[in-house]
Design a protein around this ligand. Structure first.
Ligand code: DCP
Ligand code: MG
Ligand code: MN
Length: 337
């Protein structure tokens, strides 16, 4: 504080000003300037007052302390508490947590950590927090990422990726999955799955496609780029933007998979996450194991630990997977639960 110079004697009313200062910060953060000013004046006066305030009247008699603040002071003196402050700070905490978890790359644990470090606003994080590269990108596009993507825009994004992919190899299968495939009117991001039915031409596509989409200025930022490995699924998480006036930066996920894994990958990437959990659970009950790569049989478990991963079952389609699990096929639109 600019006023904490030597000339100033000890603060006789610290038990009061500490609480008023917390309230001041809340009003400042809320940009309630008039209220903040009232608190600021009262705090200054109390700090300078040479003796401990004992009553409401004593506080009210000081210049710059009005009835409202005198009441708060009296409450603090009588009860040691300041209920309005407790209420507002818990509401403020809730608001900050919501604000933080809406940043891409920030989960509930990190949001709590930020809060415990004293950060309340996005501005606080931008200037003072220790952020990962992903979180920085999340903050940079905070407003854009928190807007849902209309289906027709997802279709345009799909088209751009299809055209780029087919220019590399016109036999590739390019399929939008996620909430779009489940028929949602708007989507949180765009999830695109790529494979090749000849079982070999998917190799090398991942790197080439990312390079091409970057050259087209379609991909603007990378969140996670895996090193390409021809034998396994390669996943990319990033940011794209259509080359149109007023278009927003959108989250995009791309995966390139070997054709043998296509059915399981398609089922997984279509979701929903909740539906996937119940399918995995069902498989486990049948002594099978389902993941984004394969459906396996003869899995031996000790509790949740897998002792033997078993053998792959050959599944050519989502229908095959439902059949093995012995349940009726469900269209993507019916997989929200
Ligand atoms: N997925 C999963 N478990 C997770 C995250 C994802 O099984 N913890 C699967 C199911 C999802 C799919 O990946 O449907 C795509 O993930 P998204 O986070 O993109 O989720 P959605 O596309 O379903 O919804 P949104 O509209 O929010 O993107
Ligand atoms: Mg999605
Ligand atoms: Mn996604």
């Amino acid at each position: 504080c600019a006023h904490s110079s030597k000339e100033q004697s000890e603060n006789m009313n610290k038990h009061i000003t500490d609480k008023l200062e917390q309230m001041l910060i809340i009003y400042e953060n809320k940009n309630e300037k008039y209220r903040a000013l009232g608190y600021q004046k009262a705090i200054l006066i109390l700090k300078r007052h040479p003796k401990e305030i004992q009553s409401r009247e004593e506080a009210l008699a000081l210049p710059g302390i009005g009835k409202r603040i005198a009441d708060k002071i009296w409450e603090i003196l009588q009860t040691g508490d300041f209920r309005k402050l407790d209420e507002m700070s818990s509401r403020e905490e809730t608001n900050s947590l919501k604000l933080f978890t809406d940043i891409h790359g920030v989960g509930p644990t990190t949001a709590r950590l930020f809060l415990s470090q004293g950060f309340k606003t996005l501005e606080d994080l931008k200037t003072n927090a220790n952020l990962t590269r992903q979180q920085k990108i999340g903050l940079k596009y905070y407003d854009e990422f928190n807007q849902r993507i209309p289906r027709d825009e997802v279709a345009k994004i799909e088209n751009q990726v299809i055209n780029a992919a087919l220019s590399l190899n016109n036999g590739l299968i390019v399929q939008v999955c996620g909430s779009y495939r489940r028929g949602k009117a708007t989507c949180g991001d765009v999830d695109i799955l790529i494979t090749h039915p000849d079982r070999k031409s998917h190799k090398g596509i991942y790197s080439k496609l990312l390079k091409l989409l970057h050259e087209q200025n379609f991909l603007t930022d990378d969140l996670v780029v895996q090193e390409e490995n021809a034998d396994i699924q390669c996943k990319y998480l990033g940011v794209c933007r259509l080359n149109e006036a007023n278009s927003l930066h959108r989250r995009i996920d791309l995966i390139v998979v070997p054709f043998d894994e296509y059915a399981c990958a398609l089922l997984y990437f279509t979701g929903s996450a909740h539906f996937n959990r119940s399918m995995r659970h069902l498989a486990r009950k049948l002594g099978l194991s389902l993941c984004e790569k394969s459906l396996n049989k003869n899995v031996i478990r000790n509790g949740t630990e897998k002792i033997n991963t078993g053998e792959r079952l050959v599944v050519h389609s989502e229908q095959d997977i439902f059949r093995v699990l012995n349940i009726p096929y469900r269209e993507p639109e019916e997989r929200d639960f």
